[in-house]
Each structure stands twice: as C-alpha cells, then as structure tokens.
Design a protein around this ligand. Structure first.
Ligand SMILES: [Zn+2]
Length: 155
C-alpha cells in the first residue's frame, strides 16, 4: 500500500487538478504520486505557491513533468528583494481568490506607474486585473472579476 499523500500534497494536487482538469489524472492518476509528494513535502508553502504560479504561466496545455515542477520551485537563496511584484501579486491572487480555471488561464492585465529613480523613469507594477469568467455554467460565471493591488500584499 503506498503511503497516503500528506494534506499539503493533496492540496497542491487539487490546485493542479483545477488547472489541468482530466489531463492531470490521465497522466498521473487521481492522487498525488509518491515522488511528487516527496518534493512537495520538503518545500515550504510560499515556494509551492510560487511554483504553481510559474507552472500556470509556463505550462498552459499539459501538466508539467515532475522535473518541470521542481524547476519551477524557487531556490531558497532567492531573496525577497528579487521577488518580482508580478510574481507576488499572482501568488497572492491564487492563494486568496477562488479563481476558476477560465480566470486562471485568461491573460491578466498588470498595471502600474512610472517611478522616478534618479534620472530614469522605471515602470513599476502596482496591481493586476483578473477578468471575470464568461463561461456559462461555471461556478464563477456572473461574478465580477478581481483587482489585486500591490498594497494588498502587505495585509
Ligand atoms: Zn470559469
């Protein structure tokens, strides 16, 4: 009998299943496989959230391989200062909003301002707009889209 996936591994697996639907089960089965569990169990939640964001962005059609998933996990040394605001906004949105797959897959619009930095104007992202779902029958259909601001990240 293989060991039952941890609660964390099961949670990540549900998130991947939201993104990839039946394709995930076809490729890997309905529960998190032991080798995936091992990788998930030794990675902290924040890095897992970031990995899910990267995976969502880079693997639109098919679920990633375990190697691709591992590659999406940020290295521990990757300091807060180097985190891009877009990554953090996306991670925050995915963690706090109950997005449907349609919203997850549609392009999101990041917006921002130009901030003066010495003599240059640096574009700085201040928020993101996540569109509403237009798929009738979806649990998000008819509900408004979302706007996540950089200032929400402090909360
Ligand atoms: Zn939807």
């Amino acid at each position: 009998m293989p060991r039952k996936p941890s609660a964390r591994a099961a949670r990540i697996w549900r998130r991947l299943a939201q993104n990839y639907g039946a394709r995930l089960a076809e490729q890997y089965g309905s529960t998190c496989p032991p080798d995936w569990c091992e990788v998930i169990d030794r990675t902290d939640n924040e890095r897992l959230d970031r990995a899910l964001v990267t995976v969502r962005r880079d693997h639109l059609q098919f679920p990633p391989t375990l190697g691709q998933f591992e590659a999406a996990i940020p290295k521990r040394e990757f300091g807060q200062a180097r985190d891009s605001i877009t990554d953090r906004l996306a991670a925050h949105a995915i963690r706090t909003l109950n997005l449907c797959e349609h919203q997850s897959w549609k392009p999101w619009s990041y917006f921002g301002v130009k901030v003066e930095d010495g003599k240059r104007l640096l574009p700085t992202v201040t928020g993101v707009v996540i569109p509403e779902c237009k798929h009738e029958g979806c649990y998000r259909f008819g509900k408004p889209g979302h706007r996540v601001l950089a200032t929400d990240l402090q909360a």
